[in-house]
Design a protein around this ligand. Structure first.
Ligand SMILES: Nc1ncnc2c1ncn2[C@@H]1O[C@H](COP(=O)(O)OP(=O)(O)OP(=O)(O)O)[C@@H](O)[C@H]1O
Ligand SMILES: [Mg+2]
Length: 283
């Protein structure tokens, strides 16, 4: 079964969708079969893949809310090795419904059980892009994941949101008896010369391990909790506006900014090591 990575931060604009998009393209490029689940009713990820009209998926074989009725979904093959389950606005209604066990619906769909095969069987890697809240879809993302990846910006406000996110993860692990591991924290839109960013980063590097130490039942994929920061670059928003992957955008239009590609490659290498995927997949 493929490894399931939930990308989570209950603060808005943390970089969840950007990082998910960049990593999914990069892993697919390397030959892994990758599924991206857009579990955010805002549908940013779906739009990043070029689908602007979310309502087109309602009541189709691609409708994410099918899983709440125990029905199947046919992921969209967006390019070689890369598949998307798009979001639509109905996801919010499902999240707010009184349905029993709504936080476990995605996990059951991906992992299967009770005579049903989970869709994770068909992929090497599954990314879940989650919304900016601590509701049923975020908890559902956590409950479905083998690994949690946490992008964060480095302002003071973002750092308090991060502690809240960690508390949500801890609470979900306890409530649902989860076996997940923290894959790592990624500082996003980092400005190396900005004092606030450096101060917040060093303070997070102290407080986060302390919180996790108090909850030693939460596994870590590595003792080095913080991954290499992704620098603040306008190319991310520009690529998003053009609905192309960051690599494609830089290769075509911003060749001077190859360092962004290197940072994604390094992040992909490190995640490969942490998630224990084979170094190469023979395709
Ligand atoms: N490294 C970066 N440098 C500068 N801007 C960035 C960087 N990464 C992402 N951005 C921009 O920051 C904004 C928010 O990013 P993104 O949508 O990925 O965050 P998010 O956590 O998914 O937000 P939401 O909580 O709304 O889902 C976007 O405009 C994106 O293009
Ligand atoms: Mg997002």
């Amino acid at each position: 079964m493929g490894k399931i990575i939930g990308v989570v931060n209950q603060k808005g604009g943390a970089g969840k969708s950007s990082i998910t998009n960049a990593l999914s393209h990069e892993f697919a490029r390397r030959g892994y079969r990758v599924l991206v689940v857009d579990y955010d009713p805002q549908g940013t990820q779906t739009m990043l893949f070029g689908f602007n009209k979310l309502s087109q998926f309602i009541d189709t074989e691609h409708d994410i809310t099918n899983i709440f009725n125990n029905e199947d979904i046919n992921p969209i093959n967006v390019k070689e090795n890369l598949y998307l389950i798009p979001a639509n606005q109905s996801l919010r209604e499902e999240a707010e419904s009184g349905r029993m066990g709504k936080e476990l619906v995605l996990s059951n769909f991906l992992r299967g059980g009770f005579g049903k095969k989970g869709i994770a069987e068909e992929f090497d890697l599954i990314f879940i892009d989650s919304p900016a809240d601590s509701g049923a879809l975020t908890v559902g993302t956590i409950a479905a994941s083998d690994y949690i990846l946490i992008p964060t910006r480095l302002t003071f406000v973002d750092s308090t949101g991060l502690v809240g996110t960690l508390q949500t993860i801890i609470q979900a692990v306890i409530t649902f008896r989860l076996e997940l591991s923290i894959l790592g924290f990624i500082p996003v839109a980092y400005k190396s010369r900005l004092k606030e960013h450096n101060d917040v980063l060093s303070s997070l590097k102290q407080t986060i391990p302390q919180i996790l130490e108090k909850h030693s039942f939460i596994k870590k994929a590595s003792d080095e909790l913080f991954l290499e920061p992704i620098r603040d670059r306008i190319a991310w928003a520009e690529a998003a506006a053009k609905r192309v992957s960051i690599r494609e955008y830089i290769e075509k239009e911003k060749r001077a900014q190859k360092d962004i590609i290197f940072s994604i490659e390094n992040l992909t290498d490190e995640i490969t090591r942490r998630v224990l995927l084979p170094a190469e997949i023979n395709v």
